[in-house]
Ligand binder design. Structure first.
Ligand code: GLA
Length: 383
């Protein structure tokens, strides 16, 4: 089979790459915005993702090329985030910066070519996949050893410090730890990662609304700050709480008046999501998929009314799923403010059901949703 990434690399750089690496995108299954609040979250790596091809150069230049964009050259001695059309380079360059900070020696620069099988902008975290694939490939050619958790942290660091997005560890953690037919559970306080098998015969369907909030990054940062502000107020009454995850719903309710309605709703979403991750975990253990599905719907409702990170198109899609008998549950997946809905279904939900939902969506909003039937796949790997 032809390898497109290898071909792109050879066409652009005139030689064969030294190393290829792949990292998957992810589904956020349950646990919305819990990661940077020290909480619990469950996700799954998907079979689609990002492949990079890399090779060392003789000078100190990093030369980057994607399928869709022109070649960009950057000096290894002056790593700066770029804006506008070249901003896609911030992911691999941020990873380079983080790897160098972690002690990786880079006497020379490198060439990199990248291709993707992820639907673009679908909220399946192509950025984390790009970071992880780059980290694996560069560590291999420069001889740097790290384990999966360290690679996930390097990816997150690139995103937080170089790209400037204050995300948690969910996307990078799932991209690193994903396994075939498995869910990844992350305790973000201790940064411990575990996997467990998905119930047999269950499926993921992604419905990308193809709507993106114009200010999605600043809306995310605003929620991050609101959670931080809510915690600071709660700590006056509960000084032992290190994160919102250490607060129970009962404790939260005693502080409702001091928090005010907005911060109370934000904190209620986080505290509720943590409880739902526990509930889902228990329900999965006894194969109670109806209970799992109900928690997914409740999660979406909490996004809608408490966290204000849903939009009417996502609400419509979730509502449409609820009418479908073969859907256990559905919710927005990822940061929100646009993006995609994830539906967790049994095997009887198929193309015709998916088409009916996207047709209804098109009639309502005159937008074509992008539909993807996917399954839980393996994490980042060298090829
Ligand atoms: C984005 C971020 C993640 C996480 C989710 C919301 O995907 O990158 O770190 O916060 O949103 O749960």
């Amino acid at each position: 089979m032809k390898n497109l990434t290898k071909e792109l690399y050879s066409d652009v750089f005139g030689e064969a790459p030294e190393q290829l690496a792949f990292a998957p995108g992810r589904i956020e299954f349950i646990g919305n915005h819990t990661d940077y609040n020290g909480g619990l979250v469950m996700g799954a790596a998907v079979t689609e993702g990002i492949t990079v091809a890399v090779g060392r150069r003789k000078d100190r230049t990093i030369s980057l090329r994607s399928e869709a964009s022109k070649r960009v050259d950057i000096s290894l001695d002056n790593l700066q985030p770029l804006q506008g059309k070249d901003a896609w380079t911030n992911y691999p360059v941020g990873v380079t910066d983080a790897l160098m900070d972690a002690g990786m020696q880079m006497p020379v620069g490198y060439n990199i070519a990248v291709t993707s099988t992820l639907p673009s902008g679908a909220g399946m975290s192509s950025s984390a996949a790009f970071e992880l694939a780059t980290a694996y490939a560069l560590a291999s050619i420069y001889g740097y050893a790290a384990d999966k958790a360290q690679f996930a942290r390097i990816g997150r660091r690139a995103e937080n410090e170089f790209v400037g997005m204050p995300c948690g560890i969910l996307d990078q953690g799932v991209s690193a730890f994903g396994e075939h037919s498995a869910l990844v559970r992350i305790d973000c306080q201790s940064e411990s990662f575990s996997t467990f098998a998905m119930p047999k015969g269950t499926h993921f369907w992604i419905f990308d609304s193809n709507v993106k909030h114009a200010l999605v990054d600043s809306a995310y940062a605003e929620r991050h700050k609101e959670c931080h502000d809510a915690l600071a107020i709660l700590q006056k009454t509960y000084p032992q709480a290190k994160t919102l995850t250490d607060i129970s719903e009962a404790q939260l309710r005693t502080c409702e008046a001091t928090l005010g309605p907005l911060l109370f709703r934000r904190a209620l979403h986080i505290v509720g999501e943590n409880d739902r991750v526990c509930l889902v975990e228990q329900a999965l253990q006894i194969n109670d998929l109806r209970a799992v599905g109900d928690a997914l719907y409740v999660s979406h409702e909490s996004s809608r009314v408490n966290f204000d990170n849903s939009i009417q198109q996502l609400d419509f899609l979730v509502h449409a799923m609820k009418q479908q008998p073969h859907v256990y549950g559905a919710r927005l997946t990822g940061g929100g403010f646009g993006g995609a809905v994830m539906a967790y279904t049994n095997a009887a939900f198929g193309e015709s059901e998916a088409n009916a939902v996207s047709l209804a969506y098109k009639e309502e909003f005159s937008i074509q949703a992008t539909v993807l039937h996917t399954s839980a796949g393996s994490g980042a790997t060298l090829l």
